[in-house]
Design a protein around this ligand. Structure first.
Ligand SMILES: [Zn+2]
Ligand SMILES: [Zn+2]
Length: 399
C-alpha cells in the first residue's frame, strides 16, 4: 500500500524527532548547561568587566583564595581524604573541605568518591567512568556532558555514608555549592567595595574560578593518564609528570598514585612538587589531621625495580640479535648483587623497626650503630641499583 505524501512527511518528522530524543536522552542537561554556561560567562562577561573596571589587588587575592581553597578541597579533601582514606581529619578540616569542595561544583563528596573509587577499580576499562581509552575529550569533560549508563551508586561509599558531615553535605549539596561558590564571594565583594566590587567578585572568584578549578582537576582524569612516565607500573595508563603536578596541586604523580592509592603522598620523593602532600603534613604538625598512611620505602623501590625489569626484558627481546650471552651474564651478575644488597637492607630495616618500637632491649650506642649500618646498607643498595641500570643502558657495548 502506498502512503500519501503528507503521511511520508509525517514519518520523516517523527524519525527526526526520535533521533533528537535519542541524542538528548544521553545529554546530562544540568551538567551541560552549567559547564557551558560558566565557560561562556568566563569568556565574555569576565573580560568585559576587567576592561571596564580593571583588576585590583582585592579581586586577584579573592580569586587566589577561592581557587586554592576549592582546588585543594578537591585534591586534599574529596580525593585523598574521602575517596582513599589516606589520613584521618578533625571535624574542622572535614567541614572546610566539604564546604569549599561543594563550591568547586563537582558534585557531593559522596558522589565524587563513588565515581573515583570506580575509576581506580576499573581503570582503562568500560566501567571506568572517565576511561581514557575512550579518548582525551571523554576523560576530561565528555563523561560529564553525556551519559553512558546509570550513575555510580552510593554503595561504593558505604563507609562515607556513615560520616555525618559528609552525608549532610550530600543532602544539601546544591544550596551549599551556590552559597559557597557564588553567594559568598559576591558578599565579600559587596562588603569590600559595594555593587561594582560585588559583581567583579561574582564574575572572577565565582564564575572564572569555577572554570579554572574544573579544568585543573579534570586534567587529573585526562592529561595525567596521557603525559609523562610510568616508573611504578605500566599496567595502567596513569603517568607521573612534574608539569602536570604543577597544574594539579601535586596530583600529577598519578602513576605512583594508581599503584599506591592509600599513600597520602602522590609526589612520594621529597623533592617532588606536591602542595597537597605538604599541606597534609603541616596539618599533622598542628594536630588537625593524623594517621597519615604511607607505603614502606622498600615496597616502592621493589615496584620500581619490577617495572624497570619489564622494560629491560622488552628491550632485550627487541635487540635479541645484538645481545650476546656474555652481555646477559654481565646483567645477571649486576642484578644478583643488587638483590643481595636489597635483602641485606631489608633485614636491617626489620631489625631497626623492631628496636625503634621497643620490641627488643637495645642500648643507645647499639641503636646508633644499627642506624649507621642501616644507612650503609641503603647506600650500597642504591649503588648496586645504579650499576644494574647503567649496565643495562650500556648494552650491548659493555660486553
Ligand atoms: Zn586516574
Ligand atoms: Zn585516586
Amino acid at each position: 500500500m502506498l502512503s500519501s505524501p503528507a503521511s511520508g512527511g509525517f514519518d520523516q518528522a517523527r524519525r527526526i524527532h526520535q533521533m533528537i530524543k535519542k541524542i538528548f536522552a544521553k545529554v546530562r542537561v544540568t551538567n551541560s548547561i552549567f559547564l557551558i554556561g560558566t565557560f561562556a560567562v568566563t569568556c565574555t562577561a569576565v573580560p568585559f568587566y576587567i576592561w571596564q573596571h580593571g583588576l585590583d589587588v582585592f579581586q586577584v587575592s579573592l580569586f587566589l583564595f577561592f581557587f586554592v581553597s576549592t582546588g585543594m578541597s578537591i585534591t586534599l579533601g574529596y580525593h585523598r581524604l574521602f575517596s582513599h582514606l589516606t589520613f584521618q581529619a578533625s571535624p574542622l578540616v572535614k567541614l572546610y573541605t566539604l564546604l569549599f569542595g561543594a563550591a568547586a561544583f563537582e558534585g557531593s563528596a559522596l558522589a565524587w568518591s563513588a565515581d573515583h573509587r570506580r575509576h581506580h577499580k576499573f581503570v582503562d576499562h568500560d566501567d571506568d567512568p572517565y576511561d581514557i581509552s575512550r579518548g582525551l575529550f571523554h576523560a576530561h569533560i565528555g563523561w560529564l556532558l553525556f551519559r553512558r549508563g546509570p550513575d555510580t551508586p552510593l554503595t561504593w561509599v558505604r563507609d562515607l555514608q556513615k560520616d555525618r558531615l559528609a552525608w549532610w553535605q550530600h543532602r544539601f549539596y546544591v544550596p551549599l555549592a551556590i552559597g559557597m561558590g557564588f553567594v559568598l564571594p559576591t558578599l565579600v565583594g559587596w562588603l569590600y567595595g559595594g555593587a561594582v566590587a560585588a559583581l567583579g567578585a561574582l564574575l572572577i572568584s565565582g564564575f572564572a574560578r569555577t572554570v579554572a578549578v574544573h579544568h585543573v582537576t579534570f586534567c587529573i582524569n585526562s592529561l595525567c593518564h596521557w603525559i609523562g612516565d610510568r616508573p611504578y607500573s605500566s599496567k595502567c595508563s596513569a603517568r607521573d609528570s612534574f608539569l602536570m603536578a604543577v597544574f594539579t596541586f601535586g596530583e600529577g604523580y598519578h602513576n605512583f598514585h594508581h599503584e599506591f592509592q592509600h599513600d597520602y603522598r602522590n609526589g612520594v620523593k621529597p623533592w617532588q612538587f606536591d602542595p597537597t602532600k605538604w599541606t597534609i603534613w603541616l596539618l599533622e604538625k598542628v594536630g588537625m589531621v593524623r594517621n597519615l598512611r604511607t607505603v614502606p620505602e622498600e615496597k616502592i623501590l621493589k615496584a620500581q625495580i619490577a617495572e624497570q625489569e619489564l622494560q629491560m626484558d622488552a628491550h632485550m627481546k627487541a635487540h635479541a640479535a645484538s645481545i650476546t650471552e656474555s652481555c646477559q651474564q654481565l646483567l645477571a651478575t649486576a642484578r644478583q648483587r643488587m638483590d643481595e644488597a636489597l635483602l641485606r637492607w631489608e633485614e636491617l630495616l626489620v631489625e631497626y623497626r623492631a628496636a625503634a618500637a621497643g620490641q627488643q632491649e637495645i642500648s643507645r650506642r647499639e641503636m646508633a650503630e644499627l642506624r649507621e649500618r642501616l644507612q650503609e646498607a641503603y647506600e650500597q643498595f642504591r649503588e648496586s641499583l645504579q650499576t644494574w641500570k647503567s649496565t643495562w643502558r650500556s648494552l650491548p657495548v659493555a660486553c
